[in-house]
Design a protein around this ligand. Sequence first.
Ligand code: NDP
Length: 272
Amino acid sequence: MEQELAGKVAIVTGAGRMRSIGRPIAKLLAEAGAKVVITGTGRPPERYPNDEKAAGWRDIDSVADEIAEIGGTCLPVVSDVTDEAANDRLIERVLSEYGRLDIVVNNAGAARGEDRAPVVDLPYEEWRKVIVTNLDGTFLLSRAAARHLVKQGEGGSIVNISSIASKLAGANTAAYASSKAGINALSRSMALELAEHQVRVNAVCPGIIDTYRMDDLGRDEQWNQVVRSRIPLGYAGDGSECAEMVLFLVSDRGNWITGQAINVDGGTVWGN
Ligand code: NDP
């Protein structure tokens, strides 16, 4: 049977971390037959977490190797989502390597940091870092990609990795929640603008996924308590569930779905 993404070319941003959402997305799209371009910041190895160091991890190059091992095609590129010119260059690079573009997954996000504070204590710089990486980054690459997808004239699919925080907007998460709510709105606006070109735009809103960004919550009783109290299904995601939703949305199976912000969260959030 032909692979469902055979002949398609996809970009997945922020896909170089070992315990992450980007890595399983990139691998699943490649398994489905897409040629995949993955990006990262080119973070220095001395800043890798201990488990990555122990595993001899090499960021996006390791993910590219894994994809090659399963017979897929992957191009790892260091590219900063906050840099307007870099996003334009990324699209040019994809076109010069593979001749087309069909799918973009805006997954890169600012690391959890000093922004997890009440607004009255939130430095502007921290607010700006989160908004610029998450929202501006998604806007810049989506715009560059959409310009090409319209010109290419064969439809396409953009999936923006948002968060259930966009809907819960809890205390001490103003910058993050606002950036992700902005991503939902951007997705909807773009979906309406691009529908006539059969370019679909959706947001996926993960719940609690056990990646590096959660390490600061600890891995002891405190983590178990978060999981027990917030996830009806009783366990955290590992990114593979988000990857399955992304594959569904970008494949023909998701053909009639656009402009949505879909929760993948073990039952944490209900409704919009
Ligand atoms: P990580 O923080 O582990 O990964 C984020 C990725 O984004 C990293 O690979 C990072 O690159 C990359 N990145 C950060 N800044 C830039 C930049 N300026 N240019 C290019 N890439 C950049 O997060 P997760 O895997 O946990 O999350 C992935 C996405 O899912 C994020 O958007 C996050 O907000 C969202 N999400 C995560 C949830 C969770 O529970 N984990 C829940 C809901 C949403 P590098 O490795 O080089 O630093």
